[in-house]
Design a protein around this ligand. Sequence first.
Ligand code: TNX
Length: 522
Amino acid sequence: MKKNKISPVILLIFFVGLISCEDKKPSDLTKENIIPKPVSITATGEYFTIHPETEITYQDKWTDLKPVSEYLAEKLRPATGFKLEVKALSQLPPAGIFLEIVGDQIVPEDESYEIHITKALLKLSAKSPAGLIRGIQTVRQILPAQIEFQEKQKGPWMIATGKITDKPEYSYRGAMLDVARHFFSVRDVKRFIDLISYYKINTLHLHLTDDQGWRIEIKSWPKLAEYGGTTKVGGGPGGYYTQDQYTEIVNYAKMVYVTIIPEVDMPGHTNAALSAYGELNCDGKARRIYTGKDVGFSTLCTRKKVTCKFVEAVIKELAALTPGPYIHIGGDESHATRKEEYAPFINQVLGIVKAQGKIMIGWDEISQANIKSGSIAQYWANSKNAATAVKKGAKIIMSPARKMYLDMKYDSLTRIGQNWAAYIDIDSSYSWDPATFATGISRENIIGVEAPLWTETITNIEDIEYMVFPRLPGIAEIGWTPAKNREWKEYRERLAGHSEHFKTMGVNYYPSKLIPWPSEKK
Ligand code: TNX
């Protein structure tokens, strides 16, 4: 009798078929597209899987880890559809996801972290909750991009095994949003925080006042917001944050260890205040509300007593709303201020900020004043100013306009934005080193980098995203990854891999031709 034998060839085809029909399994952790690039990654060639029964546990002796663990669970629940229970434990579990603080005490400013991934356990260790939050962003990036969808997806949810060790180069990694030229809702600002924190940005500077609008309620000077906040560039309704709404933003940012820095720009860029209170003008007459785009025409009357009272009241209320260490006082483009009055005014403001227990930040022009160690100058245009600030002992935030300004067009065809500093495509935005950029400013003088988004031409969150992405991930990497570990050609590939994440997060991004996006985006 002839046996019914299956030919080995058919068997082989069957198995190959089986393998290729299987979902793609990650096996090499070093191949993941992580931005900013971590310090070191080693791969062990297997994979960890998040299951319906996976629990997120944390060391029970640190109550601060509960909200951090909940944050991770909330990020993973929608797409997985799993329960992902969060529990405190006294010791390392055999399986699941575990968050721990290494050492006997929390070191709040230390953002380093380690992720140890084995088949059964994903262990995230750091010296602070902030470090754990940064590590969580890495975990999100090494999961399939579908994890960012808000509806349940098929999965599976696998992560390649191995170890990631990471820490930031600069302690200050910021983004700035101008909510004065156009006003953006609390919801928009929260979305902005979600997106920047995904790339380990840890500071959000809000440009709260300018000629076109005053956007923060000041209870002792109520017309600032009520009148000064009525409109915006181009006219139409403006808006402002009540102190409660502002606190909502501060608390939302705190959850992801992002510090909010409020900026009230003075003595220039103050037409909104000058329209709300006539007495702040030297001639005592209230200015008309302004809806244009010019700069440099307005000034507080710096020699009046009432101006000093105004500054004191505003800084006092702002400081009370600000758990972070910094208050930004602007100080840029004060072309309408008498030259001999500018520096004494900034000196006075510095005293007021200090009296509130805060550190003063100002744009690089403040180097003309008696700033000393403890103050921070934000370099945007004039490297001589910044170098002077360094000589006076101040630290520097690097925001050179021709590299960092997110309102600059990508190229001449960009529909929105400006081009006075440069056209900035992704290569130019990425390929530079803050520590060697300007003479007189070296690594030890720099606390970090910040990318400002001015909004004269930007009116809604879709346009914000279009200007911010995909430049911001590169800027975040400049702040996080040492210059010697960064290389444009390699970065370009990694960024291409992030288009998946942009899509699942619903980010409206500019598909620069310089990036080898996966084919459908070309
Ligand atoms: C310069 S940067 C400004 C802003 C404008 C921006 C537009 C700085 C300190 N001042 O007032 O919005 O250019 O790109």
